[in-house]
Write a protein that binds this ligand. Structure first.
Ligand code: NAP
Length: 243
């Protein structure tokens, strides 16, 4: 059985992707910091839950040491913190966003690449965002990180040319997960407003795209999937039935 590693699998897109990969016949290893949540997700389909903080090199090392082989790596752990304009930017939030979205992906990819190459049919899927393709008011810390992540994804594809490893960027628009609750530091009312009067994507809509890319024949590389709700034309250009 082929092994797939999914980071940030304790909720949202990562949890839905882990579930779909298991249904597609993968042995799934799930990583995230909230181990109780992770174990509950893994128990739904018999996956393996291992603690992982992608911002901590020691945690990445300990996680990878328990993964004997790997043919799919879904770098999904990530998110946004705050929506302040550049004039009020918080160094710590910017550092944390860069760390989880960019360095975290680099650390996991670097550590698992030997397994991915050795599998003879490896695949790295990086969960980017439309924030990696455009900019929006108050989003600079996050859009800068996701733009950087896309640069990493595209560089990796160049560097792996000739090796048996595919590289895909999946760039969603608005998905209703814990993303906005985390962005607004637990303010659920503010988070709910993001999706008010519109129909956002579900985590499973995005998981389906990720697993579509992975389950193509191994000579077919889906470079990029941009997926948005019908109600969203750009990051902050959203149709709302209530306004
Ligand atoms: P979510 O429900 O908040 O899930 C984020 C996941 O990342 C959680 O499982 C969280 O688990 C994990 N995570 C956060 N920091 C981590 C760390 N340092 N180490 C390991 N895991 C970590 O949000 P989501 O929407 O599913 O987000 C998944 C990805 O999609 C992110 O990369 C996000 O930027 C991207 N995305 C989301 C949207 C959207 O609108 N929701 C749109 C475009 C792109 P723990 O807290 O348990 O560690």
């Amino acid at each position: 059985m082929k092994t797939a590693v999914v980071t940030g699998a304790s909720s949202g897109i990562g949890a839905a992707t882990a579930c779909r990969l298991a249904a597609s016949g993968y042995d799934v290893v799930l990583g995230a910091r909230r181990i109780d949540r992770l174990e509950a997700v893994a128990a739904e389909f018999g996956g393996r839950a291992l603690p992982l903080d992608v911002t901590d090199p020691g945690s990445v090392e300990a996680f990878v040491a328990q993964v004997e082989d790997c043919s799919v790596l879904v770098n999904n752990a990530g998110g946004a913190l705050g929506l302040e304009p550049v004039a009020e930017a918080d160094d710590e939030k910017w550092r944390a966003m860069y760390d989880v979205n960019v360095l975290g992906t680099m650390r996991m990819t670097r550590a698992l690449l030997p397994h991915l190459v050795a599998s003879g049919d490896g695949h790295v899927v990086n969960v980017g965002s439309i924030a990696g393709l455009e900019t929006y008011d108050g989003g600079a810390g996050y859009t800068a990180a996701k733009h950087a992540l896309l640069a990493v994804t595209e560089t990796l594809r160049l560097e792996l040319l000739g090796q048996p490893v595919r590289v895909t960027d999946v760039a969603p628009g608005a998905v209703e997960t814990e993303f906005s609750i985390v962005r607004f530091a637990g303010d659920e009312a503010r988070a709910a407003k993001v999706y008010e009067g519109m129909t956002p994507l579900t985590a499973d809509d995005v998981a389906e795209c990720i697993v579509f890319a992975i389950t193509r024949p191994s000579h077919v590389n889906i470079d990029q999937i941009v997926v948005k709700p019908r109600d969203q034309a750009r990051a902050q250009r959203v149709y709302r039935s209530n306004s």
